[in-house]
Design a protein around this ligand. Structure first.
Ligand code: ATP
Length: 205
């Protein structure tokens, strides 16, 4: 099987994440992609950071009905710091026959050679990148060529969907309509749980 691993804080998951996963799945003919939410320190402010459980629930809602999209709570369950190299090694030992792909957005590719044991990551996966901003394609191609020394890098050609979780969290605080950036069920979940400082239906009425 051709299996993708897609890590991130997903705080919350948005259409940019889903777009990246769909673009890579289509362009590189993947069979499945595991979304792997990372641990966030429990000391962080609740208005800004949703719990692991809430982030998994939002991911499940966003992936519902999309063939091959799965959610893994591996990093949340694990005691140790969630370095990507450990996650990749976990998937490598669970699926020894699979060809593995690690999905990242452009910001992550550009800083990839600062990641802990990035050379070992590239021994196990094809790094699969998607643009996040208009005009970053050439920079991605150059970085991919530099990193090709260590392993395989694929840069997808899909145009970017420019949205970030930070922007979304800010807009929730202001109670703005976000349905064009997020799955409708995720919007409802956030409102119901009063995440990211947004008012619940009871508070609004
Ligand atoms: P934050 O704004 O909180 O930093 P984020 O929107 O960057 O969050 P993360 O969950 O940190 O989202 O990102 C997980 C992965 O998804 C990273 O590899 C990131 O580059 C990628 N990604 C996030 N948003 C997009 C987007 N709009 N297009 C393509 N890739 C994206």
């Amino acid at each position: 099987m051709r299996t993708g691993i897609f890590g991130g804080s997903f705080n919350p998951v948005h259409n940019g994440h889903i777009h990246l996963a769909q673009a890579v799945m289509e362009e590189l003919s993947l069979d499945r992609i595991f979304f792997v939410p990372s641990k966030i320190s429990p000391h962080r402010s609740i208005a800004e950071y949703a719990s692991g459980e809430d982030r998994v629930n939002m991911l499940r809602l966003a992936c519902e009905g999309i063939d091959g999209f799965e959610v893994s709570d591996y990093e949340l369950r694990n005691e140790r710091v969630s370095y990507s190299v450990y996650t990749v090694e976990h998937f490598r030992s669970n699926f020894p026959e699979d060809e593995l792909f690690l999905l990242v957005g452009s910001d992550m590719l550009l800083s990839f050679d600062k990641w802990y044991r990035f050379e070992d990551i590239l021994k196990n996966v094809t790094l699969s990148v998607c643009s996040r901003e208009d005009g970053d394609f050439e920079a991605l191609k150059r970085k991919a060529e530099e990193l090709a020394l260590y392993g395989k890098i694929e840069v997808c050609t899909a145009p970017p969907v420019m949205v970030s979780s930070t922007e979304i969290r800010k807009n929730f605080e202001k109670n703005q309509d976000l349905s064009c950036y997020l799955n409708e069920n995720v919007v409802q979940y956030i409102r119901l749980r009063g995440l990211f400082g947004c008012k619940t239906a009871d508070e609004v009425s």
